[in-house]
Design a protein around this ligand. Structure first.
Ligand SMILES: N[C@@H](CCC(=O)N[C@@H](CS)C(=O)NCC(=O)O)C(=O)O
Length: 205
């Protein structure tokens, strides 16, 4: 059976939503990153980068949430269009997520909620950037139901991961009309709710 090593954080809800959407059974293994369990020698044999999530599917041991989404989508032929331009649009959003949204949101949350000292410049820098990126998504969503068009895809799952933790980042999504509407649509999916229920059994960030 598929195994997922995870903790209750934005990057980990993504593969869980995907597994639920695909209707796959999986074992969830908690790695408590607040207690340093990601730094053990045993865990670093799975991910030398010492981060969750890690997916194990047979011989495949895979890290990086976006790569896990693509792997599962390609294996099960779902939530990633086969043809361009739609396929390229999904990758465009995945790279935008991994290189833009994820680091900005992660740093904004870290400097506001977890850093051992308050660094106003860092808080301002990353929170402003996170808000700017929400505005980019909000503008994009004026034209479509989902981030790449009218079909739900792994790009929506990736973005949902961090939007689900907007409060940790100090962001009020209700300020973004279209992004809020999209969030409610994705959040209402039964499989998204199943993933949230399961991940909530792990410790929250
Ligand atoms: N780019 C990676 C980021 C993974 C990541 O940062 N995971 C965090 C939890 S959301 C983690 O394991 N942090 C532990 C640490 O940095 O020590 C992905 O998308 O999977």
């Amino acid at each position: 059976m598929i195994k997922l090593y995870a903790f209750a954080t934005p990057n980990n809800i993504k593969p869980m939503i995907m597994l639920e959407e695909l209707g796959l059974e999986y074992e969830l293994h908690a790695i408590n990153i607040r207690q340093g369990e990601q730094k053990t020698d045993e865990f670093q044999k799975l991910n030398p980068n010492a981060k969750v999530p890690v997916l194990i599917d047979g011989d495949m041991v895979l890290t990086e949430s976006a790569a896990i989404l693509v792997y599962l989508a390609e294996k099960h032929h779902q939530l990633l269009p086969q043809q361009n331009p739609q396929r390229a649009r999904v990758f465009e959003q995945l790279f935008f997520h991994a290189s833009g949204i994820s680091p900005a949101f992660g740093n904004a949350g870290f400097f506001q909620k977890l850093a051992s000292e308050q660094v106003p410049f860092a808080i301002e820098r990353f929170k402003t950037e996170a808000e700017r990126l929400c505005r980019v998504l909000d503008d994009l969503l004026t034209a479509h139901t989902y981030v790449t068009g009218e079909d739900f895809s792994i790009a929506d799952i990736a973005h949902f991961g961090w939007m689900w933790r907007a409060e940790f980042v100090g962001l009020d999504l209700s300020k973004f009309e279209h992004l809020s509407r999209w969030y409610q649509v994705v959040n209402a999916r039964p499989n998204v709710q199943k993933a949230i229920t399961k991940i909530s059994t792990l410790v929250k960030t």
